[in-house]
Every structure is written in C-alpha cells, then in structure tokens.
Design a protein around this ligand. Structure first.
Ligand SMILES: *[C@@H]1O[C@H](CO)[C@@H](O)[C@H](O)[C@H]1NC(C)=O
Ligand SMILES: *[C@@H]1O[C@H](CO)[C@@H](O)[C@H](O)[C@H]1NC(C)=O
Length: 545
C-alpha cells in the first residue's frame, strides 16, 4: 500500500518543482578573492559544494542558466515561447503583421544598439558534438588526492555527475608530461629495447591517474571517452637522447614507438580503462623549434606522415584496438595545414589512416576560420580541441589569476569560435592545480578551473569552471550545431545546437559592460526574448515542441 502512495507523492513533488522552477541546487558558496577587478570563486569542501541540475523545459517553454562577472553562477530563470501574434495583440489592436514588418518594428535607433536578434534554422545542420572534458595529468591527480575522501567525491561530482558539469571526455598523458613531479616514460630500461620487453605502467598510473579516471567514469552521466597522448617516448628512441630539446625519433625505433602506444592501451585495458583515441604525439613542433623545456618529441610534417603511414596506422588498424581513433598533429591551429600537407606529400596513406585532427588553444590569435578551411580540405576528419589553459605564455604576468572573469570570457569566446568552425569537442587541460598552478617539473605553471588547497581540505571553482559547464552540461554528445543568423546591427557571441531530444540549446556571451536584449527567433512566428546581463554567459534550452 505504501508503495503506490509514495510514488504519487514523488511525482507530485517533481511536478511542483518544475512548475515553480525551483531546482534543489546548492548555491555557490562565494568568496571574494580581495583583488580589484576579479570575480568571485565558489568554495567547496567535504561537507559543501554547489550543484547544478539541468531542468527539462516543458513544451513551449525555455530555461536559462546565467553566470556573470557580477557573481551569478548557473542562476536559473524561465520563460515561455512567444508568437508574433501574441505580442502584436498585446501592443496594439492593428492587423496582425507578417514576420517581415514585425522585424522593422524593432529598428528604432535606440533599440538597434541594444537589441540583438538571431534567427535559428533547425534544418541547417553542421557537425555532431562528441563532448567536453578535462585532463587527468599527474598534477591534477596529485592535487585531487590531497583532499579528504569526502572532498574528493565532491570534486569528481562537480565535474562529471548529474549535479555537476557532466563532462564526458578526458585526456590523459601516456607516461609523464611537464605536469608531473619529474619526467618519466614507460620502458626506460633497458636501452634500445626494440621489443619493449620491460614496458610497465608506473605508480603514477596505479595511484593517481587510473583512480581519478575510474572514479570519474563511475559518476558520469554518459560514456567518458578518453584521448591519450605521448609527450616523449623513452629517451633511447630519440636522436638527442634527452627528454626535451631538439630531438626526433630514430628511424630504427619507428615501429617500437607505434608498439609503445599499443602496449599502453593493453595495460590500460587490464585496468579496465578503454582508450577512445590517441594523438600522434603532443605538440610535435616542440622538438623541431625547441622553445619549451618540457617533455617533447619533434616530428617534421614528412616524418610524421612516414611514421603514420608505415607504422602507427597499420599497427593500430591490425590490432585489437582497431577502433581507436588516430588524431593527428595535436598542436596549435596555425601549424596544422602545414603538417597535414607535408604528411599527404610524404604518403597520402597517412591521411587515410587518421580519423581526425587534434588542436591546441595557444595559437588562437590566428582567426578561427582556418578551422573551417581545414575541415573543407579534409572532409570526414573530426576536429577536436585537446588542450587549453590560461597563463602559459611568457608574457602572462600571473600564471594563476584567481577569480578572473576575463579568463572565463576567453575560454567561452574560444569554445564558441571553435564550435562555429566544425570542432566537435573541447578538452580542457589540468582538471585542477595547486594555488600556484603546479606541480610542474619544468616550472611551466598555469591556471586551472579548479584550485586545490590541500592543507585546508578545500577547493575553489574559478569562473573558467562555469564557462566550461555552460557547454559541457547542456550540449550532450550527439547534439548537432545548427545555423544561427544575425538579424540586427549589433550582436553577441553565440552558437546554437539541436539536442538528440529535439530541444534547442543556445550559448551566448555578452562581453559588454551593459546589458543587451537578445531575441531568438526559432521560426517565422515564434521567438523568445532574453535579457542578457553585462559580462555574462548564458545557456538557453528551448523546448519548441
Ligand atoms: C625494467 O624496468 C624497471 C623499472 O620499471 C627497472 O627497475 C628494471 O631495471 C628494468 N629491467 C631491465 C632488465 O632493464
Ligand atoms: C578489430 O578488433 C576486434 C577486437 O577488438 C576484432 O574482433 C576484429 O577482428 C578486429 N578487426 C580487424 C580487421 O582486425
């Protein structure tokens, strides 16, 4: 008897929550960082952490999530889809105009500077989305493990669970990167071991990276797809026999280095972690033009083409891991066309073997239209952003800018540009770092969306965390980007998607220091109006059914 009654109560409760629009989310526990010009951070510990639950909009309605420099974090608001007839009837008793004349009605000069209008076209569809995520480096896992069990759980939930950002992608370094306590590789001894007879994972895998990955997969709301990248192979494979500097692969070890990737996937498989994609080595330019002092392996375009065509491609495709994606280049956008062209010239089979192209964030002063050009030249290859962080440049005065809204703005702008130029997913760099942006054995400290204060058993979510979430939480895998056409003089940065469930999701960023009104037309007669606060990011989910 109690059973049915209980479920009725639960259903009623559910209905009430949706009708009132009151989620049960825990709000950001805000901390003023005490630096002029900075936004707030949200403080989490073993006992408290802010949550965010997606609310499904009822037919004919929409839900808005807002974060802003002023301190909003995923603040929810609600609205109803309007039709042209509705508004006209409210405003005057004149004849119902068609949509064209309605458009003219908003063209007074004052309006034209504060009113943004978009028209979405569901039938104009572009790339399908794979997902969003962050990287499980040694540094991220070391910081995470400084937290108590309770705080570790809150951390993982913040990124991966239904009350967090619902990340569904992870990138993991194959052995060490600069974000390790010291440089290391697998199979360091004995030297010149062609057969990789002594390949073994390290304590960094068993106690740091694998536990963090597995805990993430346990709470995730979708399959977490893992992309793995090598920074440097064992130094005996390299021409300079050093972990960094000008050095490429010795030709006699081309096959061993391909096998190195298979051995890694075998060992991770034993730990029940499947690798979805591998990249063809992190940032190949670093071993050609050695401006950095961390783990690297140089590939000229032609060398990379030779290795992929003769070794990596056939080795992966003839292995048990034949479904693993091969993502080429894994470097800044401006070098990608040169590397792909060189690979194709060396051996066109190298291009056939690759499934996609991996992109990094640090060359984004080059216009994003280059990505559309790459997509057009290499149709059928996915574009995936595999690394991004703020603060890595020599001219970045502060590596960590605690509470920086500006960095959230840059992330949002870059993600929007990438998505509008055929990128299918976006993986952030370290999931968390220390308050000084480490550890990093090469002193290449940078910022991260989460900073961990181990001695206080707390972690803080920076504005960048919320910027990531405005995409990752609301644009599930399988969503398709649709066309968003501007119909006003002024505009805001934006991208629009059709979800697998048929709802529309739009992300908009207002970088101005004043509010603007955004009208989103979803058909000739139906639209929504969204007041968009100064310096804010909004995700809007519209149920137009
Ligand atoms: C195999 O690797 C381990 C480190 O993982 C090292 O201690 C050992 O000496 C290596 N064995 C040989 C035969 O080189
Ligand atoms: C691909 O790998 C699967 C196992 O993962 C295997 O069953 C299948 O035969 C492989 N296909 C080829 C063409 O090697």
């Amino acid at each position: 008897m109690a059973g049915p009654r209980l479920s009725v109560a639960v259903v009623l409760l559910g209905v009430t929550i949706i009708a009132l629009g009151q989620g049960e989310d825990l709000p950001c526990r805000a901390r003023d960082v005490g630096i002029p010009g900075r936004s707030i951070v949200c403080v989490c510990d073993a006992n408290y952490c802010d949550t965010i639950t997606r609310e499904a909009p009822a037919p004919g309605t929409f839900v808005v999530y807002t974060s802003s420099n002023a301190g909003q974090r995923f603040e929810k608001s609600y609205g109803i889809i309007q039709t042209v007839q509705d508004t006209v009837e409210e405003e005057s008793s004149e004849e119902i105009p068609d949509s064209e004349s309605e458009e003219e009605a908003i063209s007074s000069e004052e309006d034209s500077l504060s009113q943004v209008v978009f028209r979405l076209f569901r039938i104009s569809r572009y790339q399908s989305i794979e997902g969003f995520g962050g990287s499980v480096t040694d540094a991220a896992a070391i910081n995470w493990r400084k937290l108590s069990d309770g705080a570790q759980i809150k951390f993982i939930e913040s990124y991966f669970s239904a009350t967090g950002l619902e990340y569904n992608m992870i990138r993991v370094p194959i052995a060490g990167s600069d974000f390790s306590e010291y440089p290391y590789t697998y199979n360091e001894e004995p030297w010149y071991d062609h057969a990789l007879s002594n390949f073994s994972l390290t304590s960094h895998d068993f106690f740091l990276k694998l536990p963090m990955i597995k805990r993430s997969q346990l709470v995730a709301t979708d399959e977490v797809k893992i992309t793995a990248s090598t920074w440097s192979p064992p130094i005996w494979m390299k021409t300079n026999e050093r972990i960094t500097g000008f050095g490429q692969l010795k030709p006699e070890f081309y096959q061993s280095y391909a096998d190195y990737h298979i051995r890694f996937m075998e060992e991770y498989e034993k730990a029940e972690v499947k690798i979805w994609a591998i990249t063809t080595t992190n940032e190949p330019i670093n071993g050609i033009i050695p401006l950095v002092n961390f783990n690297s392996l140089g590939w000229t375009p032609r060398q990379l083409g030779r290795w992929v065509a003769d070794n990596l491609g056939p080795t992966v495709r003839n292995s048990r891991f034949n479904q693993t994606l091969i993502l080429a280049v894994d470097d800044q956008r401006y070098i990608v066309p040169i590397w792909l062209a060189g690979m194709a010239r060396e051996d066109p089979k190298s291009i056939e073997y690759i499934d996609g192209i991996a992109l990094h964030y640090y060359g984004n002063f080059v216009h994003p239209i280059i990505l559309t050009a790459i997509q057009n030249q290499y149709p059928g290859k996915i574009l995936l952003s595999t690394e991004a962080c703020e603060g890595p440049m020599p001219w970045d005065r502060e590596k960590v800018e605690i509470g920086s809204w500006d960095r959230a703005r840059k992330y949002t702008k870059s993600i929007l540009q990438d998505l509008n130029n055929y990128v299918v997913g976006w993986i952030d760099w370290n999931l968390c770092l220390s308050p000084t942006g480490g550890p990093n054995w090469a002193d290449n400290f940078v910022d991260s969306p989460i900073l961990v204060y181990g001695d206080q058993d707390e972690f803080i979510k920076q504005p960048m965390f919320y910027a990531m979430g405005h995409f990752s939480k609301f644009i599930p895998r399988g969503s398709v980007r649709i066309r968003s056409a501007r119909q006003s003089l002024v505009t805001v940065e934006n991208a629009a998607f059709l979800k697998p469930d048929g709802n529309i999701v739009m992300v908009i960023q207002n970088t101005r220091t004043r509010a603007v009104n955004v009208r989103i037309r979803i058909s000739n007669s139906r639209f929504i109006d969204v007041h968009t606060e100064a310096q804010s990011i909004k995700t809007i989910e519209i149920n137009d059914n």
